[in-house]
Design a protein around this ligand. Sequence first.
Ligand code: FES
Ligand code: FES
Length: 159
Amino acid sequence: MREVIRFTLNGKPTEVDVDPGRTLLWVLRTELGLTGTKYGCGEEMCGACTVLVDGRAEYACGAPVASVQGREVTTIEGLAPNGALHPVQQAFVDHDALQCGYCTPGLILGAVAFLSRNPDPTPEAIKEGLEGHLCRCGTYVRVIEAVRAAADTLKEARP
Ligand code: FES
Ligand code: FES
């Protein structure tokens, strides 16, 4: 059984004609060619597949594509639409908060969602807020520094 699923993807109206039970992760990666969203565990345990759905962080590996019908999805490819890095991306670069980079798209999107709810977090709060993300390279300390720095940049940018 196939169904047409329509949603907004990185600001653009998008439609796919697929099995509605297929996961958002595989539709993004295969039908839509957006490979920035990573497959890690496939069991909602590692955060590598994190995307934003209506601004909230969700694991794309556990979400049937039908669940985003009519909603707004942002992947890492949509975070810097005009080529200028998002402040969270820039902070990850500045603080060298990645090694192999496999967990990084998910962590960055998780951090964007987290900072939208907690604009001035303590390092402890960042640790708790991003606990759904695993990094096999162990970059956690630098990730926390980067997220804290991004919070400062975002604060300065607010009117
Ligand atoms: S691949 Fe989705 S949480 Fe690990
Ligand atoms: S940077 Fe390698 S898994 Fe996180």
